[in-house]
Write a protein that binds this ligand. Structure first.
Ligand code: UDX
Length: 455
């Protein structure tokens, strides 16, 4: 029998992919630090296949998406996966709530990823406080909100596009589901459906911080009472004086951080390019080749995360020929790498977690967005936050080696280098301020907790 007195028990339910699990996991830890009990529920498949954090203040439990053996890969289509997850997920989520009912700490709040809007229906059925947790930027969510409510008609026939609180946008800046009509219709529907019942949620949380996109937050707040609570990064990486919280969360693959650290520690400050394309992206053979040749021809050191599934796309003998100039690993502790002084720039696909991590750790970027929200994030990196450049794509959809070389030089040693560094430091300082006592996100988390406790 538990005897610790908690202020409440929150169940957090992420969409089952790494880029959605870890921000919610980090947020759950912040709630624990505010005196709540928190349980993170992943699908059984994720629970059994990803590396869970070694130490954590959280509890872990599971629901089922109906694909316990193979997860998403087992489904015949995205649509089939999402439908089955809704049916089986709703039922197993309800079972989890019932299982906890007669314990010392029954679940009294569900924070769910709005990719899974049905979780709010389950919360309502049990009379439990339900909060939506948006993983992507406020700007991106506001675009989907506009489309969902018919305020932005598709297909877009005239540009530039004007949305209150957002910079003037060209088609190429829009999330890929909008700029490339008909691409991944099931995902697009899911993104729009985030707003199918969000007006009924008891709270709406967004993984950003106010200072990063004040105009977008202010504009969206007029139509939906949202609280910006980010960055959801272990406190330790933001401020080493804060609690000893350096748990990244679930890991897709095991990695030995000493390999990267030892190698980086032999390199001069700001001399290494770090490259990673997150957990989901799969680059074309041609794109991998252009990247490899750009790195080979460049004078800078590089650390490149090439997942096992991508390795065969590297040119023959690329790794051997790189010698001490480059290190290629299958996975790394990205937060540790970005925190290393040797890193001069991050060549990234601009997934929101990677972008937020680089902003929060003060690292300039080269953006090579692939799909979904990444194009918008790259737009902000270049034109709003001014911490780097976005690489230009050729008509064949590839960023060629000359462009990669140009972008890397621009960020590593170009005339604007000092400005990128100055701005990166500014965002890092603001990120730290936002999560400290009295900071904008910290206050919003307190507001959320008191709203829930007093509900
Ligand atoms: C997905 C989408 O692609 C992204 O656009 C969306 O914003 C969130 O969900 P993903 O593609 O995995 O995420 O990218 P990203 O959001 O950047 O998340 C990747 C995470 O993996 C980061 O937190 C990063 O720190 C971590 N990572 C990556 C590692 O820990 N080690 C690595 O070697 C590479």
């Amino acid at each position: 029998m538990e005897n610790k007195a908690y202020r409440g028990h929150v169940l957090t339910l992420p969409y089952p992919s790494l880029g959605h699990i870890n921000p919610l996991l980090q947020f759950s830890k912040r709630l624990v630090s505010k005196g709540l009990k928190a349980t993170l529920a992943t699908t059984l498949f994720i629970h059994n296949t990803m590396q869970p954090p070694s130490s954590s203040s959280l509890q872990f439990d599971t629901i089922s998406d109906g694909y316990d053996e193979g997860g998403f890969a087992q489904a015949e289509s995205i649509h089939a996966y999402l439908n089955r997850m809704e049916t089986i997920g709703s039922k197993t989520l309800a079972d989890l709530i019932i299982k906890n009912k007669n314990t010392a700490n029954p679940i009294d709040c569900i924070i769910y990823d709005p990719f899974l809007p049905w979780a709010l229906e389950v919360a309502k059925k049990f009379g439990i406080f339900g909060a939506a947790f948006f993983t992507q930027t406020c700007a991106v969510n506001f675009i989907y909100h506009h489309v969902h409510h018919g305020l932005l008609k598709l297909p877009i026939t005239s540009t530039p596009i004007s949305i209150p609180g957002l910079p003037v946008l060209e088609l190429e800046d829009m999330p890929s589901f909008i700029s490339v009509p008909g691409s991944y219709p099931a995902y697009f529907e899911m993104l729009l459906n985030q707003f199918s019942n969000s007006d009924k949620a008891d709270a709406v949380l967004v993984n950003t911080f106010y200072e990063l996109e004040p105009e977008a937050v202010d504009s969206m707040s007029k139509v939906c009472q949202l609280l910006a609570i980010g960055p959801t990064i272990p406190s330790f990486y933001l401020d080493k004086r804060l609690e000893n919280d350096n748990d990244y969360g679930f890991n897709l693959f095991a990695s030995d951080s000493s390999i990267c650290n030892n190698w980086l520690n032999t390199k001069l400050e700001g001399s290494v390019i770090y490259l990673s394309f997150g957990s989901m992206a799969s680059l074309s053979n041609k794109q991998m080749e252009e990247l490899a040749l750009a790195l080979k021809g460049s004078k800078f050191h590089f650390l490149w995360v090439v997942k096992a599934s991508e390795e065969a796309k590297l040119p023959e003998k690329f790794v051997e020929e790189a010698g001490n100039k480059g290190l290629v690993v299958q996975w790394c502790s990205q937060l540790e790498v970005l925190s290393n002084k040797a890193i001069g720039c991050f060549l990234t696909h601009c997934g929101w977690n990677s972008t937020l991590e680089a902003l929060s750790l003060g690292v300039p970027m080269v953006g090579l967005p692939q799909w979904t929200d990444q194009t918008m994030n790259a737009k902000y990196v270049q034109d709003v936050w001014k911490v780097g450049v976005r690489a230009k794509v050729c008509e064949n959809g590839i960023v060629e080696r000359e462009e990669i070389d140009f972008c890397i030089k621009e960020v590593m040693e170009g005339e604007r280098r000092k400005d990128f560094q100055k701005n990166a430091k500014k965002w890092r300082d603001l990120a730290i301020k936002a999560i400290r006592e009295g900071g904008s996100s910290n206050k919003n988390i307190d507001e959320f907790v008191s709203k829930f406790i007093n509900s």
